[in-house]
Design a protein around this ligand. Structure first.
Ligand code: CIR
Length: 255
């Protein structure tokens, strides 16, 4: 099943060691991060994607987490406005990159803030997490932009998690990978849920791409559950990005 054809990634920068984090897992090893990023790019290619690789940008320690900077839908691209002050200007230059792929490019304006790690696409509907990075003004703007393109959005309140997709991932065909934080959330009652145990919570951020699922390495129970649903799993070591609270989805834009 082919749905996505393209991906955009941004190389990690040396300054990633100064990235935002609450993980308490230590400082990332830059060389190791480069190797893990190479592996990630290979996996995207294995899923049939053509990968555009942007250069590292030392001004922004967290810029490898490019997912947060734009929402790419089949109808339009929307440039976000991150809520983290150190990440706000990561959007510079994004428009010229997106112009290669999109004619319809929109953007979130102040006082709105959104990081696209808070947005989960389920067909033409977009779930938007209200978090410390994404505010009501940003979500309202996004919903009205989506509406102009025949798409819809709804809000999900977050407790504790960094981003919506830190705790929930859509694996297509109604399959929803959920951590405890969302298991009983009324927004998600009608999905066929795959429960992620608390001791594997990081694996709740896994990524469906064209029938395969990228799952972080070292989470055997979640890996097995996803395989049992019939998915071909690609396990990837992303330990250096986990140290910065970043998951697999954060490392690319897929469209
Ligand atoms: C941050 O705090 O912004 C980065 N250290 C991690 C961003 C992770 N992005 C994501 O979950 N989409």
């Amino acid at each position: 099943m082919k749905k996505f054809t393209q991906a955009i990634v941004k190389r990690p920068c040396r300054n990633m060691i100064h990235g935002l984090t609450s993980a308490g897992l230590g400082i990332p090893d830059f060389q190791k991060a480069l190797v893990q990023h190479d592996g990630y790019i290979e996996a995207l290619k294995q899923c049939g994607l053509e990968v555009t690789i942007l250069d590292a940008d030392e001004r922004f320690p967290d810029s490898v987490f490019i997912e947060d900077i734009a929402l790419l839908t089949p109808e339009c691209a929307i440039i976000m406005l991150p809520g983290a002050p150190s990440r706000m200007a990561e959007t510079d230059g994004m428009e010229s990159v997106l112009k290669r792929f999109y004619t319809n490019i929109e953007s979130i304006q102040p006082p709105g803030n959104i990081e696209a790690g808070d947005i989960m696409m389920v067909g033409p509907h977009f779930y938007i997490g209200l978090s410390e990075r994404t505010n009501q003004a940003g979500a309202t703007q996004l919903i009205s932009i989506l509406k102009r393109y025949g798409l819809t959005g709804s809000l999900v309140k977050l407790k504790k998690l960094l981003h919506l997709k830190t705790g929930v991932s859509y694996l297509e065909e109604n399959n929803l990978l959920v951590s405890d934080a969302f298991f009983n959330d009324p927004e998600f009652t009608n999905f066929d849920k795959i429960m992620v145990d608390d001791d594997e919570a990081y694996a709740a951020n896994s990524v469906w791409i064209n029938g395969k699922v990228l799952v972080p390495k070292g989470f055997p129970k979640t890996t097995r559950k996803i395989q049992n649903r019939g998915f071909d799993v690609i396990s990837l070591d992303v330990s250096e990005f986990q140290k910065l609270d970043g998951g697999l989805s954060c490392l690319s834009l897929r469209f």
